[in-house]
Unconditional design. Structure first.
Length: 526
């Protein structure tokens, strides 16, 4: 290794370490954000460890539980595993770029760009399933590439172990295995891997990751499959979304700050399999394109899907794009070189600005309020339309108000059933209310989607007779729909969380006395 490569490799390691340490310090001492609803939801899972859960595998709950056992039940403890996964993600990208291009300066550039992408920064600070999932995906790429180009059985075992972890985090990890099979089948130099034991050891290990998920679903009515069908739009009544692919591509364009999406797409076209002969670059292509196409196809049924779904496609794709971009800068005409470099610098700067705003949303709130415009009857909290961090603020305040109601009822020796209209409310209040009491969710009776709360027993949806006559303290957005379930129900009290003059979030709290059960016919029509 020459001195230049040694310098850039050391610089990359130092940068990754510095970013990870800063994230830990920020979360421990400075973060103004409450847990996101998803984070609080997964924390509730961690209180009742299982082999799988309603919508996802168990890895995120296991990691949160392990962290909270060591660091306590704090927001920092919930998010700590995300910072570690984020650091490992950057390290994996650096290793993959170095393995394919043998250039540590290029690997350093990949790390720098990835660190400034808002979607990567958010995924490294918020403990959602994407943190361990993308980490497992990128290291499966590293070990998988090394296994194909080397002869070690241990590399195949390491690849299989990463796929297991990915499956336990998110079932779409099966796309990794499918893409890998397509790569081997489409690359003549690699087809012999199908006849070697390493590939089949890896495949068997990957299949083992699905065993606990399948076993759990067998005894829980395949609820994960139902959830997946719902997300894919297979149960939607509104048919085909012809503009879904346009929405999908547009969302991805925004997620990658425009410029990087164009560079990725350009690199994918330039290195398409019929034009690329290098097996390593074909590996990067095949481990990116099928995943992107998969979600693009399903955007016809789900209207575009979630912005984070195709993120794994950009892991190997970003490395391929970096190599292509370096070649373009070296060989392009002066005007084109200046255009590419200028676009890259501008995109990095934009990414840094967005990341800073994500870290300090309160300081930029006046700008968001100006962009959002005045409040209207339809949008009483317009800041929520332009500030994605708004949904991570106000939960502690709501919990304080709920605790005040609980205290008032407790002073009269009333121990209410704590119920929330949505799983988001139930999760946040389970974490932030004093004593971290158990909450139940009433979403199903109100026509909202099912959640893990519906599988835990007892609950008033599945066993209403066990709660008959009880007093409920209910939190939600429109509680008057629940009046018929009680002998009497106080008028819902509005709770508003404001920052300065701007409304950030609002809820309702009500006390229902004498629970009578649900009207079955009414429930079917909702």
């Amino acid at each position: 290794m020459n001195d230049a490569n040694a310098f850039w490799r050391s610089a990359a390691y130092a940068l990754i370490a510095a970013i990870t340490v800063w994230r830990i310090i920020y979360l421990a001492a400075f973060s103004p954000l409450d847990l996101a609803p998803d984070e609080a939801y997964y924390w509730t899972w961690s209180r009742q460890l299982d082999w799988c859960y309603h919508s996802k595998g168990p890895l995120v709950a296991w990691l949160i539980r392990a962290s909270c056992e060591v660091l306590g039940n704090t927001p920092f403890a919930v998010r700590f595993p995300a910072t570690l996964c984020g650091g490992l993600l950057l390290l994996g990208l650096q290793a993959l770029a170095r393995d394919v291009y043998r250039c540590d300066r290029l690997a350093m550039a990949v790390v720098c760009v990835a660190a400034t992408l808002p979607i990567v920064a958010a995924g490294s600070m918020l403990m959602t399933i994407d943190a361990p999932f993308t980490c497992a995906w990128v290291w499966a790429l590293v070990f998988g590439h090394r296994a194909v180009t080397g002869e070690s059985t241990w590399l195949w075992i390491a690849t299989g172990a990463c796929v297991i972890l990915g499956v336990l985090a998110k079932h779409s990890m099966v796309l990794w295995l499918g893409s890998f099979v397509l790569f081997l089948a489409a690359t003549p130099e690699c087809r012999a891997q199908f006849t070697r034991r390493g590939f089949w050891i890896m495949t068997l290990l990957a299949a083992l990751g699905a065993v606990p998920i399948i076993a759990w679903n067998l005894v829980n009515g395949w609820v994960t499959l139902d959830h997946t069908r719902m997300h894919a739009g297979m149960e939607a009544a509104d048919g085909v979304h012809w503009f879904g692919p346009i929405h999908f591509v547009g969302t991805q364009f925004v997620v990658l700050l425009g410029f990087w999406f164009v560079i990725w797409a350009w690199a994918m076209w330039s290195h398409r399999p019929m034009c690329e002969v290098d097996p390593s670059k074909r590996f990067l292509w095949w481990m990116s394109a099928p995943t992107f196409v998969f979600f693009a196809v399903f955007s016809v049924t789900n209207g575009g899907g979630e912005a984070n779904w195709p993120i794994p496609a950009y892991l190997s794709g970003s490395v391929l794009a970096a190599g292509w971009l370096a070649c373009e800068i070296h060989n392009a005409a002066d005007w084109r070189r200046r255009l590419i470099i200028g676009g890259g610098i501008a995109s990095v700067a934009l990414g840094l600005v967005v990341v800073v705003v994500f870290h300090e949303p309160i300081r930029t709130q006046p700008l968001f309020l100006h962009i959002a415009g005045p409040a209207t009857e339809r949008h009483p909290a317009p800041i929520r339309r332009v500030d994605p961090t708004a949904r991570l603020r106000g939960w502690r305040y709501l919990a304080m108000e709920v605790d005040r109601f609980r205290g008032s009822l407790g002073s009269r020796s009333i121990e209410p059933v704590l119920a929330a209209e949505r799983w988001t409310h139930a999760s946040e209040l389970s974490f932030y209310c004093d004593g971290r009491p158990a909450w139940t969710c009433l979403a199903l009776v109100l026509g909202d989607r099912a959640s893990q709360f519906d599988l835990w027993r007892p609950n008033p949806i599945c066993e209403p007779s066990a709660y008959r006559g009880r007093t409920f303290l209910i939190v939600g957005l429109d509680l008057k729909r629940l009046r018929s379930a009680f002998e009497s129900m106080e008028s819902p009290q509005p709770i508003e969380y404001r920052e300065g003059d701007g409304l950030v979030a609002s809820w309702e709290i009500a006390v229902g006395r004498g629970f009578r059960g649900w009207d079955v016919e009414e429930r079917k029509t909702k």
